[in-house]
Design a protein around this ligand. Sequence first.
Ligand code: ADP
Length: 501
Amino acid sequence: MTQCYSMTGPLSEKSSSSYLSSNFGDGFLSDAVGQHAIVSVTDPKGKITYVNDKFVDISGYSRQELIGQNHRLLKSATHPPEFYRDLWKTIANGRTWHGEIRNLNKDGEPYWVKATIIPLLNDQGKPTKYLSIRTDITEVKAAESLKQQQSSLDLFDHQVYLLWPDSLEVFYANRVARERSSSLEMERSGYVPGLLAEGVTKADFEALLSPILSGERNSTTYYADVPLPGGKTFPAEITAQMIHPQEEKKRVFLSVRDISARRKVEKAKSEFIATISHELRTPLTSIIGGLGLIKTSLLNEQMGTVNRLVEISAKNAVRLKKLIDDILDIEKLEAGKMRIHIRKFDLAQVIRDSVTEISGFQAEKNVSVKTFGTTTPVMITGDSERLQQVMANLLSNALKFSHEGGLIEVRLEDEGENVRVSIKDWGDGIEDHAQSSIFEKFVQSDMADTRSAGGSGLGLTIAKEIVEKHGGSIWFDSEYGTGTTFHVTLKRCAVPLANNI
Ligand code: ADP
């Protein structure tokens, strides 16, 4: 039978030895291959009959431990049984097999090899030996998997670092981390992100990470102010986790999340609770006191006093009801349960009704309200009750922040397909720093002033939601010290957003 001598085809025992000795002299080629690669020879049943030094080194087993064994000794759980079946089928049929194998060394540590297994055939074409030539590709594989891991880490919208557990040095920083850390710090060798958090030394950093470094816990979280280039800092939640990718060394995965928005909400929430308790207590105290006095007055038959006390009690009850309604509305909004019921109605009438709604409070402050464009009907489609709620809220804010004896102007204007309502006051206005967050829930521009004016900081959040659910928009112009104008535009034919009806 004619045999082929190429390294990619099978070798015949007789011809290969003559080929080697005639071309390179005895042992020359095998020495050269042996110095470059991990070489082993097995009998037809797969029993190891020869291993070179490189095989001994990488496997961690001694030559004596390997000879007589099967390669199964090195097998990892990475490849499915079909992988090995295909390998054996190929070489048993006299063909050469090429592929990448993940093995385990004597200590159970993985290593990857790129292998070529060549069957050595006898005259009948049957394999008498198998020669395996392998190269160590563990590092290439590690680099490949790191690259894959890194490109997915770039998708995170917060800072992520990978660190070596022993030195705590960063060996990878994702896109956001690279943008947010100054390049100088990143290039500094031995850069440890924990050192950058204000007041955190390397020893502190080690102590913070000790639960994961010691294996006591899988992840740990701490909070620190992390500096940005330019000297500013941001409050961060830092989570460290020990990860052990299949092909690679253990590493620390460190994620640094900016929690300033969360902190802001927490702060606003606690201020909200303080305001709410105050807001609930004040009218209740007044109602209780008023009712107590009514009882006494009735005994004394002082009807004038009774009327006044009933009026105060009623006003406080309205204030309390509004507060409770706002809380219920916010709950509905958050649960996505606020519905808009669309029908045709007269917006001019709704504005006149809203003005009447606040008239009791208006007289108290001696503020006059002038309306423009509300004498003739302006028919639009939408939820009249919800829109009246918006108008009444804007009007009561204008009234709250107006000065004694002030003026509020309400304008209803035709803008073709849209109508616009503007509510203008000459009160204190909204401070510049507060303007961007005025529509956020629980937010009140200045606690001291607003506390005296009353309110929950929920009204504008609800108003914005209602207007936007009608497909309209709400915004304001305000100058601190001069006054504020809130504008609402609505489509004549409201296009309710999905999920609203
Ligand atoms: P509140 O019920 O506390 O008034 P809103 O959400 O209606 O809540 O308003 C939020 C904050 O916006 C108010 O506390 C106030 O600080 C500011 N604000 C709203 N309208 C005006 C206005 N017309 N003039 C000045 N400040 C206003």
